[in-house]
Design a protein around this ligand. Sequence first.
Ligand SMILES: Cc1cn([C@H]2C[C@H](O)[C@@H](COP(=O)(O)OP(=O)(O)O[C@H]3O[C@H](C)C(=O)[C@H](O)[C@H]3O)O2)c(=O)[nH]c1=O
Length: 188
Amino acid sequence: MMDTEPTDIPGCYVLQAKVLGDPRGTFTKTFHMPRFEELGLRTDWREEYFSTSAKGVVRGMHFQSPPADHAKMVFCLTGEVLDVVVDLRRGSPAFGKALGFTLSAENGRGLYLPTGCAHGFVSMRDASGMYYKVTSVHAPDHDLGIAWDSIDFDWPVRAPALSARDAAHPRLSDFTTPFAFDPEGAAL
Ligand SMILES: Cc1cn([C@H]2C[C@H](O)[C@@H](COP(=O)(O)OP(=O)(O)O[C@H]3O[C@H](C)C(=O)[C@H](O)[C@H]3O)O2)c(=O)[nH]c1=O
C-alpha cells in the first residue's frame, strides 16, 4: 500500500508505491482513493497525462497560475528521472527552496506537489515515461514556468534539450509569485 515521506517543502511528499514483481514483470498501484484520503492527500484530480523523454531532456519548471493552479502527482513509469520541485509560495518557510528526487519504475517513488510549487525533471535514461495527475484542467493562458537554470539546484546536465517555451521562461529572480503559503493548507 502507498506510503508518504515528508520533504523539506511543506505539503510536498514523496509517494512510495509498492512495486509487486513476479516472473512476468511488475505491478505498481499509483493511486488508491481511501489511502490518499487516509494520508490527507487531495483526490480531486481533473486530468492525467504522460510524456516520454530522451536522455538529457529537461522539462520545466512548470506550474499553472491561479485560478487554474493545481496540486500535482507524478510517477516515472519507465526509465529514470531526477524530479525537481521548487516552492513559489510567499511566506513559506521553504520559499525558493528546490529539491530533487530520483524517480524510476524500479523504485516505485512518485512525488506529490501542493499548489504553489513549480515542477520539472531531467531524464536520466532514454524514453523516460512520466505520468501526471493534476487537480485542474489545462489552461494555456495560466500554464507558466520559471527558467530551469535560475533555481538553486545543481542539475546533472549543463546543456539539456529544451522546448522553445522552456528556454524562454523568466528567471526566478525576476518572477513575482502569485502564490501565498497557507499553513492550514500545507498538507494539501
Ligand atoms: C501540460 C499540457 C500540455 N498540452 C500540450 C501543449 C503542447 O502542445 C504539448 C506539450 O506541452 P508541454 O511542452 O508544456 O509539455 P511538458 O513540457 O511535458 O510539460 C509538462 O511537464 C512539466 C514538467 C510539468 O510539470 C507539467 O505538468 C507539464 O506542463 O501538449 C496540453 O494539451 N495539455 C496539457 O495539459
